[in-house]
Design a protein. Sequence first.
Length: 299
Amino acid sequence: MQRVPDTPAAGVILMTVAMLIAPFMDLFAKLLTETVSPGQAALGRFVAQTAILLPMVVGFGQWCRPGRLHALAGVLLGTALLAINAALQVMPIANALAIFFAEPLILTLLSAFILGEGIGWRRLSAVLAGLVGVLVVLRPNIDAFGIAAAYPLVTAFCFACYLIITRVMTRRGGKLALQFWTGVFAMLTLAVAGLVGTPLGIAGITLGPMGWYEAGLMLAMGVTAGVSHQLLVHAFARAEAGALAPLQYLEILSGTLIGLFVFGDFPDALTWTGTAIIVAAGIYVFQRERTLARQGGTA
């Protein structure tokens, strides 16, 4: 029998801290893309993450041979980070995060089609309403920032697919090994893209010289990614997923404050309206799934 979490308050605190520090990865990425390409910024993050996790994987005895699903997860995660970095190069952090948070809605749809999980009319209606909210946010941002405003949707789709893969893979091995090998394959994906794109002059993935400033930001991204991920793992080990999931939207608040204080960015009224629709739809879906998990339904 699965152990019932017995420290929900600790789980909530850990989840809150994770969500408040997660947007610092976006801050570091945005600063990096002022001097290097989005692809190189993403590559640097995974190089740092891999270097940090390697001794942990070996030390905790979670070393395992990678498989095809590790590779696929890495490609998806590398693509996701490349896309969000490309968006952050031109967009405010809060705007990009608002669009990215279509991810839980996309995950609900993909879980129904790929994993065969039931989805009733209530959750389907909430998902569709949330996607309308995405369109509300997208419209002014596309006018202001061009096609880059749609890149967070690419990130949302790739990350939702990545989460579906992790649902399968975490049943087969440790979460730390999964994070390590996913980072390795994401790193290889971005390195190959950079080696191909640099001689062809593809701006988003070119590799170029960098200094200690860029290296420091990349290291900070890797550390922040590792810390926030481990906080999430320990949070979900202590509290029910349904209680923690709505807290992920604190990332939008944190991202807004960071963007305001560092770059002077603040979303307009239309972006806030769309964001509110997305958040409301996402919270409804989470709570509905929590209720159904207890009742055994699919509505």
